[in-house]
Design a protein around this ligand. Structure first.
Ligand code: AMP
Length: 383
């Protein structure tokens, strides 16, 4: 967007205003706040602005009052200190005066959005002179408002938020300050296999945690008792361990005897885990040595909790590593739903270099996939 003339132009901005609503009022305005600098900049450069976003998952083609973006328009007006007009119907054309801001109704109410319908995308494109995509969180989806419209708009470009997100991710993964340390926690190897494969080939150290670490422990020859692990992934975990420079597995763990909040939390050496134990967190010696790895890192990429962090007794691994990530001098980047919940819960939000706003898009980027909404902008910028 920085390179495009916006003066007197109708600028259609795809935002991520998928914000939680409570009783018809915006309950968390952080995504709206994230969009403000882009809107202010476009306004300052003489644009008339049309904002597009989805909200929730309505059944397509149907209006659902609970998922209307109307309350977002009200909150945006206050945050911007500028009137934001709400357009309930808009796809057939809207008036956009210079210096005006219009927020369109939930784009997912339109049939054809999800299927990236060509006709719908052309209609969207005809509303504007310039299309700006500023929504990283939906960049992994090829839909009419993220992909199709970028094909047909006279000019299509990335907005500052999307650009910043891509720059940070690229810096972390393609041109990292070393050592590059990845931390991958969570429940299952199988659901993060592509991420583990991609990272194992790039990083200097791959720290595994949660149920994922249990499968790696099994691959190393340890008994994990009743712990969450995936027998079908044990061979793959062994292969990943061989292919990566370093995959430190826990030397001690915290076990419970049932998967519950109040089960006794007992620290054991990994070799002492018995048939009835459930490993639910990293042990103190492991935490100490992993914190030292993080302290010496040049770059840290983090996704997934290191234990059952929702239960206080088993939250220490995730909490201590979150603090180590916050305190290291490394460039640090984190993302994913549970990871963001942990970062917020442990109060380290402001100390992470970059927190990715896109759950699915962040994970697909880590997998090394090309994000369709970004790819089309790259093609358009070359053309
Ligand atoms: P994911 O969606 O794959 O990132 O997994 C996150 C979930 O994994 C969280 O709800 C954690 O409680 C859970 N988790 C982490 N470690 C363990 C463990 N050792 N045993 C069972 N569940 C775990």
């Amino acid at each position: 967007m920085a390179d495009v003339d916006l003066d007197g132009k109708r600028v259609l901005v795809r935002e991520d205003f998928n914000t939680p609503l409570k009783n018809g009022v915006v309950a968390d305005d952080s995504r709206l706040r994230a969009g403000l600098p882009t809107i202010h900049e476009a306004l300052g450069r003489g644009a008339s602005i049309i904002l597009l976003s989805h909200l929730g998952r309505p059944s397509e083609g149907k209006f659902d009052e609970r998922l209307s973006l109307r309350p977002v328009a009200d909150t945006l007006s206050i945050l911007l200190d500028h009137p934001v007009r709400f357009a309930q119907t808009w796809i057939d054309g809207i008036a956009a005066a210079r210096n005006s801001i219009t927020l369109c109704e939930n784009v997912r109410f339109l049939a054809g959005e999800k299927a990236n319908d060509d006709g719908l995308a052309r209609q969207m494109a005809s509303l504007c002179d310039v299309f700006v995509n500023d929504a990283f969180a939906t960049a992994h989806r090829a839909q009419a408002s993220t992909h199709g419209v970028a094909k047909y708009a006279a000019i299509a470009c990335a907005g500052p938020l999307l650009t910043a997100e891509l720059d940070s991710l690229t810096k972390a993964l393609d041109n990292p300050r070393r050592p590059l340390v990845a931390i991958v926690g969570g429940a299952k190897v199988s659901s993060k296999l592509a991420i583990l494969e991609t990272l194992a080939a790039k990083v200097d150290s791959l720290i595994v945690g949660g149920g994922i670490a249990n499968t790696f422990l099994k691959a190393t020859g340890y008994d994990v008792g009743m712990s969450l692990h995936e027998p079908s992934m044990v061979d793959i975990a062994a292969r990943l361990t061989r292919s990566c420079a370093s995959v430190p597995v826990p030397v001690d763990v915290v076990c419970g005897s049932s998967f519950s909040e109040d089960t006794d939390a007992i620290v054991k050496k990994t070799a002492q885990v018995g048939a009835n134990d459930l490993i639910m967190d990293l042990g103190p010696m492991t935490i100490k040595s992993l914190c030292a790895v993080i302290e010496k890192a040049g770059t840290v990429v983090w996704n997934g909790p290191l234990g059952v962090f929702e239960f206080d007794r088993f939250a220490r691994g995730t909490r201590d590593l979150a603090h180590a990530i916050a305190n290291t001098n490394a460039f640090t980047i984190a993302g994913g739903g549970d990871t963001l919940a942990a970062i917020t819960a442990f109060g380290v939000t402001d100390s992470i270099s970059y927190i990715s706003t896109g759950g699915g898009a962040f994970l697909e980027f880590l997998e090394g996939k090309t994000l369709p909404a970004v790819e089309i902008l790259e093609q358009r910028s070359v053309a």
